[in-house]
Write a protein that binds this ligand. Structure first.
Ligand code: CUA
Length: 332
C-alpha cells in the first residue's frame, strides 16, 4: 500500500523525489536559477582571476585608456539583466499564482499547526495528527492556519511550502501523482520542539484512501464535539430555536443566501460562518441588532472548525420543531 519514505533512498540525490504534478516545473525553475547563478559566478570569479594575474603590479601587460563609451556599457548591462530577470519572473510568477488557485471541486482538508503538532481534519471529520492521508491524482486543497506562532507547512516531495501565520487562514493546492509516504516538516522555527514538528504525507490510491477514510472515527464524533463547544461558548443561549433572544436561527443556514443589514446579500459558506463567529459586526444579518460579541482570539482554530462543522450539519427544522437537548447530537 505505501512505500518507505522517498528520501530514505540510500544513494545521494540532488533533489527529493518528485511526487506532485507541479514538481517538474518547480525543479526546472530551481535548476534554471542555479545554472544562471553558476554561470555568473564562474564568469565573475574567472574574470577576477584573469585580471588579477594579468594586471598584477609590475606585469608588462598593456594598459591603454578605455575606448568604449561607458554609457554603452551601462546600457547593455542594464538591458541584459532586465531581460533575464523579467524572464525569471515570467517563469516563476505563474507557478506561484497557480498554487493559490485551486481548480473547482478540489478536495478540501483542514490543517492546523500548533506547538508542536500538525492537527489534520479530513472532509468527513476524521482527525489525524502529524499524518496526512490523501488520495492519488486528485486536486487537494489544504486550508491551513496556526493556533499560536508562525509555522511553515513543508513537503519537499511536493515542492510545497506555506507559512502559517496566526489569525490568518491560508490555502494552497496540489495534486500528488505518486503513491507513497513522504516527509512533512515544519520549516519555520516555532519554539523548543520545532525540530520535532514533523510528520508524513501518505498518498494512497483512491480505493485505499476511501477504505482508510471510512475506517476511522466517524464524523459524528466531531459533530457532537461541535455541539458541545456551541453550548460551552454560549452560542446556544441565543441561537437555539427555543431561545428568547432575537438572534438568527442557524438551522438550514449553510449554503443559503442571507440578506444583510446594508441591503446586500451573502452566501452562507464556510467563509461567512467563520467571519460571523470571529467578527460578527462585519456582516450583520438584516433585521438583527449587531449585539453578538466577536470571538476573535477567544476560540482556538480547531474548536472553530468543529463548531462550523456542527453548523453545517444543521438542517432546516420543520416549523414546530421541538427544542433540541443542550448536549445531545441532533439527528441531521
Ligand atoms: Cu512549527 Cu516549527
Amino acid at each position: 500500500m505505501t512505500l518507505p519514505p522517498a528520501s530514505s533512498d540510500s544513494f545521494f540525490r540532488w533533489l527529493p523525489a518528485a511526487a506532485s504534478d507541479n514538481a517538474g516545473s518547480v525543479d526546472l525553475l530551481f535548476i534554471g536559477l542555479l545554472l544562471l547563478s553558476g554561470v555568473l559566478v564562474a564568469l565573475l570569479v574567472g574574470l577576477n582571476l584573469v585580471f588579477l594575474i594579468r594586471y598584477r603590479r609590475g606585469s608588462p601587460a598593456p594598459r591603454p585608456p578605455l575606448r568604449l563609451a561607458s554609457w554603452k556599457l551601462e546600457a547593455t548591462w542594464i538591458t541584459a539583466t532586465t531581460i533575464v530577470f523579467l524572464g525569471i519572473f515570467a517563469f516563476g510568477a505563474p507557478l506561484y499564482v497557480s498554487e493559490q488557485r485551486p481548480p473547482p471541486g478540489a478536495y478540501e482538508i483542514h490543517v492546523t499547526g500548533r506547538q508542536w503538532m500538525w492537527d489534520i481534519r479530513q472532509p468527513n471529520g476524521r482527525r489525524e495528527f502529524d499524518t496526512l492521508h490523501i488520495p492519488l491524482g486528485r486536486p487537494i486543497r489544504l486550508v491551513m492556519e496556526s493556533e499560536d506562532v508562525i509555522h511553515s507547512f513543508y513537503v519537499p516531495a511536493f515542492r510545497l511550502k506555506q507559512d502559517l501565520v496566526p489569525g490568518k487562514q491560508v490555502s494552497l493546492w496540489f495534486q500528488a501523482d505518486r503513491v507513497g509516504t513522504f516527509h512533512l516538516f515544519c520549516a519555520e522555527y516555532c519554539g523548543t520542539k520545532h525540530s520535532a514538528m514533523t510528520g508524513s504525507v501518505i498518498v494512497q490510491s483512491p480505493a485505499d484512501y476511501a477504505a482508510w477514510l471510512e475506517g476511522g472515527s466517524p464524523g459524528t464524533e466531531l459533530l457532537s464535539r461541535g455541539r458541545l463547544l456551541f453550548t460551552r461558548h454560549g452560542c446556544s443561549g441565543c441561537h437555539d430555536p427555543n431561545s428568547r433572544i432575537h438572534a438568527p436561527l442557524l438551522q438550514g443556514l449553510y449554503g443559503r443566501r442571507v440578506p444583510l443589514a446594508d441591503g446586500s446579500f451573502v452566501t452562507a459558506d464556510d467563509r461567512y460562518l467563520r467571519d460571523s463567529i470571529l467578527q460578527p459586526q462585519r456582516e450583520v444579518a438584516a433585521g438583527y441588532e449587531p449585539v453578538m460579541p466577536g470571538y476573535e482570539g477567544q476560540i482556538t482554530a480547531g474548536d472553530l472548525l468543529d463548531i462550523i462543522a456542527y453548523l453545517k450539519s444543521l438542517r432546516a427544522a420543520p416549523p414546530p420543531a421541538p427544542a433540541p437537548q443542550p448536549v445531545l447530537l441532533p439527528t441531521p
